[in-house]
Ligand binder design. Structure first.
Ligand SMILES: CSCCC(=O)C(=O)COP(=O)(O)O
Ligand code: MG
Length: 231
């Protein structure tokens, strides 16, 4: 189970390329496409989170802008960013980023029969676009499923990992979660999963070797115990 930002991919690419791209288009999405079901649902969730059922579009846009600036991983913001990014990727405005050690490892693990999944705070739509528009080509065929905070729940809650285990049907004890954030790894471990901390020196949230989780500096350092033909 793969985290994206800070694990397979550079946080800087997300914060310096994707976030500003979405930030510039958020208010317009809210005003011009408010009747689209996904936009309407997100607006409803924002009003709920604010505790302001009557909040108008300007208030909703202001709240979303503030959450975007604070990098809050709230579902409605992630849904709306996902709509904007999916369109940006399709138009060719955006490309994804994967660290050079990642794609060869994913191909290798997939070839050996490992089932690969993605669990990110970015929406499933954003994740699919990210994997579809990798510089290395369309990586979606390597991935068996995508999970986000809407389909599974917050990444710092152990219940979310239980939801994912139920959805995949895979035993927690044989599911490895790779992430840069200790709070996420702690939650996964509480749900009975195996964990691996990515400690890439250039990443702002990586654990700097202080965590109790097995750690690796790159995917090249990760050895998977994959019994022949059983995964
Ligand atoms: C292409 S997904 C966009 C990344 C994003 O919005 C995000 O919040 C990433 O968080 P992660 O859970 O992957 O660390
Ligand atoms: Mg991360």
């Amino acid at each position: 189970m793969l985290d994206i930002e800070g694990t397979t991919s550079a946080t800087r690419h997300v914060t310096d390329v994707l976030y500003p791209y979405a930030r510039r288009r958020l208010a317009r999405l809210l005003t011009e496409r408010q009747d689209e079901p996904e936009v309407r649902a997100a607006v409803g969730q924002v009003r709920e989170l604010l505790g302001e059922p009557e909040a108008d579009t300007r208030r909703v846009a202001r709240a979303l802008g503030a959450w975007a600036d604070e990098d809050r991983k709230v579902t409605p913001l992630k849904s709306l960013q996902g709509i904007i990014w999916a369109e940006g990727f399709a138009r060719g405005d955006l490309t994804a980023h994967f660290y050079p050690d990642v794609v060869p490892a994913l191909r290798r693990w997939h070839e050996r029969g490992a089932r690969l999944y993605v669990y990110s705070s970015g929406s499933v739509s954003a994740q699919r676009s990210w994997y579809r528009h990798a510089p290395e080509g369309d990586l979606r065929p390597l991935v068996s499923g995508f999970f986000d905070t809407r389909t599974a729940g917050p990444k710092t809650a152990s219940a979310s990992y239980r939801v994912i285990s139920a959805a995949t049907g895979l035993p927690p004890a044989t599911t490895l979660f790779l992430s840069d954030r200790v709070s996420e790894l702690d939650a996964a471990r509480e749900a009975g999963w195996l964990t691996g901390a990515l400690i890439r020196p250039e990443e702002p949230h990586s654990t700097s070797g202080r965590s109790a989780h097995p750690a690796a500096r790159s995917f090249t350092d990760i050895g998977l115990d994959l019994p022949e033909g059983t995964v």
